[in-house]
Design a protein around this ligand. Structure first.
Ligand code: MSP
Length: 645
């Protein structure tokens, strides 16, 4: 099946930042995912180079518009490989074929009497490059650019957008997936409940010359949005290129909420006026803020993707943005948050799992994936692992298809956790000591290799470089290049006898002066007990942990977190503990409970809240693949603060 994935074409008045990187990483990841599902994908990004904003930025930089746009467009183009983003085509609106296409379309729409000449007065926001309605203003200002729009009266050409209003409403209503997530679909429908005005699509050359001349009046250039949206057609060879019909029918646009209106209203009505079908789906995401404030040049908090890649590596950046943002909602970037994900989720959970598993196959099986002994009985652990793996692949597919990347990754990390527990529970280093257990050891190691190969496959779209290294280390490098998602479904897709290779740490730890969130996550990880023969601790190590009875006196949900609860406990002195219990307990149910805490854990900050300690809880894996967490409590009347030993 063909799939056509696009990003917005970015204005060249600013250098690429985290926001541009996010949308493009999303589109790249989704493209790779669709390829893994067997689709033929065309993925396009590009730059939007005409209009007032660009002309002004060029003048400010003391350059001609041409020299200026060439320079910034190159900066965008050069950024993508650093983020492992591989578009099939990068379009520029200053390309000759695009200019021709825009002019052909304008002439065609004009000939159909959908463009007319008239005088207009309105409030113009240069930042948005469009007229705003009174209703859109907040305190008389554009809510996005925080400036008062300029009243402008001029003669211009107009597109009869209002003609298509009813058709558009019907189309959105009949196609629930046309604009997602739903909140944006609702926003568009609500906007369309008022009469739609026609769209001004020209600028007089007396005011602006940096644009595409109207084919029917040389005194005007094309309005930048009418020009820009057409990139999605030019890039696939509209009207008669071989790829046009093939890919247009399968177009999926990815944008942020700032440009919802042009994509959800101008664009479908323009397509209708051209006699074309609308795109398939519009995926709208929220905004990245930085430390909970708007990212802006004037605040000096603009996050540059290449700097992040230098510190953390490309796959940490890709994983972080996809895991951290719920697609559709705003998210906040912070150095602590990416560091915590890097060290906890990647270096610890995934990296350690991978290297210790390979080390064990190397040590006990001479570096070959063992044959699973025939007739050997599977333990409940093995069965649980098998069913959790297939549940994960199903969930992953569903969520990737629905642009819920954070959920897809959550599902993958659940099984990574399960695998780490599988190792601890089966202790291959113990099995290796007893020749009678050789078959069991082989089964465990074969299961680990199989599970890691499946994880490699599903991580491919998100973390292409790491997955390539993992595949090579698993001896599956060649297979990986042509892999399909079904390889992750079938059990037994890594052949016995496959020679595994060596791999250095997948994610070398990144140290940081203030590493609170990461520090807070590590101690709860079971894999701290690590590799072969290292499963036991001495009494001194145990005694170093100060376990205490603590009474929970208050509990509340942590804002913007679906995982965390803020607990106030007495042990016997009062302290705050932030615990990952929100998915398992209502806060009220915990108040009054006497739980066991680790009282001498280094303080850490979670979502900005200082946490002093950790609550112990049992994690149970349920038959349906989900987990249940039960806090450890004391049965008898132990006073708060009593030492547990
Ligand atoms: N040129 C137009 C788009 C024309 S598409 C036919 C434009 N360009 S832009 O450079 O301003 O890019 C806007 C897009 O950049 C957003 O829709 C989003 O994809 C990305 N982002 C820019 N800042 C962002 C954040 N702070 N957070 C998330 N994405 C953001 O509009």
């Amino acid at each position: 099946m063909p799939t056509y994935v696009t990003t917005p074409i970015y204005y060249v008045n600013a250098l690429p930042h985290l926001g541009h990187a996010y949308t493009t990483i999303v589109a790249d990841t989704y493209s790779r995912f669709r390829r893994l599902c067997g689709d033929e994908v065309r993925f396009q990004t590009g730059t939007d180079e005409h209009g007032e904003k660009i002309a002004e930025a060029a003048a400010k930089a003391g350059e001609t518009p041409r020299a200026y746009v060439d320079r910034i467009a190159a900066a965008f183009r050069e950024t993508w490989p650093h983020l492992a983003i591989r578009p099939d085509y990068i379009i520029r609106t200053t390309d000759a074929d695009h200019i021709r296409t825009v002019q052909d379309i304008l002439q065609q729409v004009y000939d159909r009497d959908d463009i007319y000449f008239s005088e207009y007065s309105g409030l113009y926001c240069k930042g948005c490059e469009r007229f705003l309605t009174e209703k859109e203003l907040v305190d008389g200002k554009c809510p996005d650019h925080l400036v008062e729009p300029k009243p402008i009266t001029e003669q211009n050409y107009f597109f009869r957008m209002s003609r298509y209003q009813d058709w558009l409403i019907d189309h959105i209503r009949a196609n629930p997936d046309f604009i997602t997530p739903e909140r944006y679909r609702n926003e568009v429908l609500s906007f369309l409940s008022e009469p739609l005005e026609d769209l001004c699509i020209s600028r007089p050359t007396s005011r602006l010359t940096w644009g595409i001349p109207l084919p029917f009046d040389a005194n005007f250039v094309t309005y930048v949005w009418f020009d820009a949206l057409i990139n999605y057609l030019t890039g696939i060879g509209y009207p008669d290129g071989p790829d046009f019909t093939r890919y247009w029918a399968a177009a999926e646009h990815v944008i942020a909420k700032d440009i919802l209106k042009p994509h959800a209203i101008y664009w479908p009505t323009m397509l209708r006026a051209m006699g074309l079908e609308p795109y398939q789906r519009l995926h709208v995401h929220g905004y990245w803020n930085v430390d909970a404030t708007k990212m802006s040049k004037s605040l000096g908090n603009v996050v540059r993707p290449r700097e992040l890649v230098e510190t953390y590596g490309v796959d940490t950046v890709r994983y972080f943005v996809l895991r951290e943002m719920s697609f559709g909602l705003d998210a906040s970037f912070s150095g602590d948050a990416i560091l915590a994900r890097h060290n906890a989720d990647l270096a610890n959970d995934l990296g350690n799992l991978f290297s210790r598993s390979l080390a064990m196959i190397d040590k006990y099986e001479g570096g070959r994936v063992p044959e699973r002994p025939s007739g050997g009985t599977l333990t409940p652990d093995d069965r649980e692992l098998m069913s959790a793996m297939s549940a994960m692949v199903a969930e992953y597919r569903e969520h990737m298809d629905g642009f819920a990347f954070h959920r897809a990754l959550q599902a993958v990390w659940e099984v990574i956790g399960l695998l780490n527990r599988y190792i601890v529970a089966n202790a291959p280093w113990e099995l290796a000591k007893h020749p009678r257990q050789a078959d069991r050891l082989r089964t465990v190691l074969a299961f680990l290799a199989e599970a890691l190969w499946k994880i490699t496959l599903v991580l491919g779209p998100v973390m292409p470089e790491t997955a390539t290294r993992m595949a090579a280390a698993l001896g599956m490098g060649e297979r990986f290049a042509a892999a399909v998602i079904d390889d992750a479904v079938i059990w037994g897709s890594i052949p016995a006898g496959t020679v595994i290779g060596k791999v250095g740490p997948l994610f070398p730890r990144v140290e940081h002066k203030t590493e609170p969130a990461a520090a807070a996550k590590q101690p709860v990880k079971q894999e701290a007990v690590a590799g072969p023969g290292e499963g036991l601790i001495g009494i001194d190590q145990f005694k170093a942990v100060d376990l205490r009875v603590a009474e929970i006196v208050a509990a509340e949900k942590v804002a913007k977190s679906d995982r965390l609860l803020k607990l106030t406990v007495q042990a016997p002195e009062e302290r705050t503990i932030v615990a990952g219990l929100a998915q398992y307990y209502n806060p009220e149910a915990l108040v009054g409970q006497k739980v066991i805490i680790v009282a001498n854990l280094k303080p850490a900050k979670l979502m900005g809240i200082p946490s002093q300690g950790m609550v112990l809880a049992a994690k149970e894996q349920l038959a349906d693949g989900t987990e249940r967490l039960v806090v450890a409590t004391v049965a008898g009347p132990a006073a708060a603060g009593s030492r547990v030993a």
